[in-house]
Ligand binder design. Structure first.
Ligand code: UD1
Length: 420
């Protein structure tokens, strides 16, 4: 286990480069299997989830290597369509290999995916949607064996605009013999990024960025070079952190258009924000003013992944704010940890009401999941003195060079390793 030790209570000042989006690179790495040529993905963040995706590619028989900020994936020798259980367990995004395996081989074998515990995370929408395309499923104990013999397209309707289910259907559908329509598709920028990558490989997809995607199958996909979009969750996290601690942050190589609801919320809470084409500068002094309520929703709503960082940022805000979580059924595990700093949070079903307190005290806490861990860190940075965050390896799943980024903001921070 890793423990992150930080000295909190000081304003943050500095300039950060934003890395490529975790939620783009993971499905894009899966999609590399769809071509037997070499793909080069630039701006690939150094994250443990990326390492886990590379291990899956290796298990399938692909050759992958990192060259600085880029990864090169050569899927010409891909020969296996079964993902070992221990690799499926490492992250939720491993499930997006399913659509890609079906697209390449017409077969895919796996167990249920792991990842952060955010309440119910079933894959029934993925399975129902793929069945609409003629995919069959045999369950043998924990093993799920999928087969797609006729490569039929079809009309898929998703009961909820699930990011993962949209991505899985897309990756299979680009190799179908005819057309597929996905209705109520996820509109997240990372889904659009996957579509653009598939098009760069030779696929034909229209309606990109909308909730209806049209895919004309039957194209032979080739290799390409592609640069993923900036990580809007990394951006949102450092903005929330600076809003909470006060100071001034300039984020470079990001895209302000991808996180309007977060920027609006922070402005409403009193932060000064200026935008450039690819940069955001936030300045804040004194306590934030609590917005009345925040409701998470599918894109373009307030992102569920920014919920925990925002709850933490509001712990010392003036006033009361209710944050309603509508995307995941159980995404408030961080609240128990936030209370250890003296945070006043009332939990009721799927909402948390934060009554701002004047100051927080340092604490020894634990990261509960990736974004919950970011929330806990934001609380620690507001408390004057030394705080310790156990299980900080969870943060390495989604925040590239976290220690470096914190130090660039003037934070005294280090990590220790404990044998479990
Ligand atoms: C992706 C993101 C994650 C983000 C989430 C919502 C990646 C790697 N992860 O996760 O960071 O928090 O989108 O923006 O891109 N659902 C079902 N059945 C299904 C699929 C989903 O009931 O088969 C439910 C889930 O339980 C959840 C909701 O739908 O309540 C949204 O899930 P989904 O959009 O699929 O999230 P992920 O793709 O897992």
């Amino acid at each position: 286990m890793r423990t992150l030790v930080v000295q909190g209570g000081r304003p943050l000042r500095g300039e950060l480069h934003i890395h490529g989006a975790k939620n783009s690179i993971l499905p894009i790495l899966s999609a590399c299997i769809l071509s037997s040529e070499r793909n080069v993905i630039t701006r690939c963040p150094k994250l443990s989830d990326v390492t886990a995706a590379m291990e899956i590619l290796d298990a399938i028989g692909c050759r992958g290597e990192r060259l600085g900020e880029a990864v090169v994936v050569d899927a010409s020798s891909a020969s296996r369509w079964s993902i070992p259980h221990h690799l499926m367990g490492k992250m939720r995004a491993s499930v997006t290999f399913l659509g890609a395996l079906l697209g390449r081989f017409g077969h895919g074998e796996m167990t249920y995916p792991g990842g952060c515990t955010l309440g119910k995370r079933p894959i029934d929408y993925h399975i129902a949607a793929l069945k609409t395309l003629g995919v069959t499923l045999e369950e043998e104990g924990e093993n799920l064996k999928f087969a797609w013999h006729h490569r039929r397209g079809g009309e898929v309707f998703l009961p909820f605009p699930s990011v993962g289910a949209t991505e899985n259907v897309l990756m299979a559908a680009v190799t179908a013999n005819d057309e597929t329509v996905i209705r109520n598709a996820a509109r997240e920028p990372e889904v659009a990024d996957l579509c653009k990558f598939l098009c760069a490989m030779g696929a034909e997809i229209s309606g990109i960025g909308t909730n209806t995607l049209y895919i004309r199958g039957g194209k032979t996909l080739h290799g390409t070079t592609y640069c993923v979009i900036p990580d809007r969750m990394e951006t949102a996290t450092y903005l929330a952190m600076t809003a909470a601690c006060g100071g001034r942050i300039r984020l470079r190589d990001t895209d302000p258009n991808l996180l309007r609801p977060v920027l609006d919320t922070l402005r409403g809470a009193g932060c000064q924000i200026t935008l450039g084409e690819k940069e955001i500068t936030l300045t804040q002094s004194g306590r934030l003013s609590a917005p009345r309520c925040i409701i998470t929703a599918a894109y373009p709503g307030f992102p569920t992944d920014a919920q925990a960082p925002m709850v933490a940022a509001l712990l010392r805000a003036q006033g009361e704010c209710t944050v309603e979580e509508t995307v995941f059924s159980q995404r408030f595990d961080h609240v128990t940890q936030l209370r250890k700093f003296g945070g006043n949070i009332r939990l009721e079903k799927n909402s948390a009401t934060i009554l701002g307190v004047e100051k927080l005290s340092p604490a020894h806490v634990r990261a509960t999941d990736l974004r919950g861990g970011a929330g806990v860190l934001i609380a620690a940075l507001q408390a004057m003195g030394e705080s310790r965050v156990d299980c900080s390896e969870l943060l390495a799943r989604g925040y590239a060079d976290l220690l470096g980024q914190l130090r660039r903001l003037g934070v005294e921070a280090y990590e220790t390793l404990t044998q479990e």
